[in-house]
Design a protein around this ligand. Structure first.
Ligand SMILES: NC(=O)c1ccc[n+]([C@@H]2O[C@H](COP(=O)([O-])OP(=O)(O)OC[C@H]3O[C@@H](n4cnc5c(N)ncnc54)[C@H](OP(=O)(O)O)[C@@H]3O)[C@@H](O)[C@H]2O)c1
Length: 303
């Protein structure tokens, strides 16, 4: 099968399309023919492996010293079940599915094997393969942090970086929980964030939300760009500051995939897709995501 291989750490040119062996499902696994995956902030961070030594060293101990031990990047995907292992009961050949493989990666390929009890579900019936591939990275991140923040109806929630993968899901999921949502983004994304259901949108290029005099029960920094100390003035008494940067990694929960499927089918959660590239243009896709200003998600079409 064809797969995009990260041959070493560096610029997008380190990504090459190679022929590698197609995986064979174990007894408890399904083999999926991948239709779409995404280029996430996580993928470009692994590929580039930049940053201060104190950050780079532990990262390379975990991921591999000179190149990622798992050279096929890609955390999320959608596709069709091509074959199943002999003990699989939940899926059969031909089922449309979507899945999150997290740091095990492997979605930049024509096929992947996943355990049937992993973060996989039948694809939401009302969305395309591209949309289904572009919702679990951001959606599971938002759910994880909102659970930490004990989100509940009536709270005032501010989402900083409301136009990214995590931010665009967070706005919609916070609305699902019956909260009053303020999204913070740049001028170019104000209309997008409004369209996702935010009650109020602040343009960080024109206004500093910490100086607005308004208070929030939850401030969720969905891009890891602000500190708790900076937000202090805007936090209500007992308010909670949540950030994707420095508060641990997102816990994988199978239930989150089925929950996200239900939200999509109910029309409460839509995947925001900025651009979609054929797999052959993976370097261009990485170059774009490297700029760190994508709107929602960037899709890689694998067929
Ligand atoms: N802890 C975890 O387990 C975990 C899980 C998932 C993600 N993360 C981390 O979360 C971060 C965000 O991930 P993501 O993929 O959701 O983001 P993303 O999609 O890459 O975010 C892109 C968005 O960030 C906004 N942005 C860029 N610079 C900004 C700034 N200075 N101030 C405000 N907004 C800014 C951009 O909006 P504008 O163009 O409007 O500026 C853009 O729409 C990454 O660093 C990722 O590694 C951590």
């Amino acid at each position: 099968m064809k797969a995009i291989i990260c041959t070493k750490y560096g610029a997008p040119e380190v990504l090459e399309i190679h022929e590698i062996a197609q995986p064979v499902p174990k007894d408890n696994e399904v083999l999926i023919k991948i239709h779409a995956t995404t280029v996430t902030s996580g993928d470009v961070t692994i590929r580039a492996a930049k940053g201060p030594v104190l950050y780079r060293l532990p990262m390379r101990i975990i991921l591999g010293f000179t190149r990622p031990r798992q050279p096929v990047l890609g955390t999320e995907l959608s596709g069709v079940v091509e074959a199943v292992g002999k003990n699989v009961t939940r899926y059969e050949k031909g089922d449309p599915v979507f899945a999150f493989n997290g740091m095990r990666l492997g979605a930049y390929a024509e096929y992947i094997c996943l355990p049937e009890d992993g973060m996989i579900s039948i694809k939401p019936s009302n969305v395309s393969y591209e949309e289904a591939a572009a919702v679990l990275f951001g959606g599971t991140t938002a759910l994880h942090f909102f659970r930490k923040g004990n989100i509940r109806p009536g709270l005032k929630v501010l989402i900083f970086g409301a136009s990214g993968a995590s931010g665009s899901s967070a706005v919609q999921i916070a609305k699902h929980y019956g909260t009053e949502v303020t999204g913070v983004c740049s001028t170019a994304n104000v209309e997008l964030v409004k369209s996702l259901g935010a009650d109020d949108v602040m343009d960080y290029k024109k206004e500093d939300f910490t100086e607005s005099g308004k208070k929030y029960d939850i401030i969720f920094d969905a891009v890891g760009k602000i500190s708790k100390s900076r937000c202090k003035k805007a936090l209500a008494q007992d308010g909670v500051f949540l950030t994707v940067n420095g508060q641990g990694i997102v816990k994988e929960r199978v239930e989150d995939v089925t929950f996200i499927k239900k939200l999509m089918e109910a029309g409460e959660l839509k995947a925001v897709i900025d651009r979609a590239y054929p797999m052959e243009q993976v370097r261009e896709a990485h170059r774009y995501v490297d700029q760190r200003h994508k709107k929602g998600n960037v899709v890689l079409k694998m067929i």
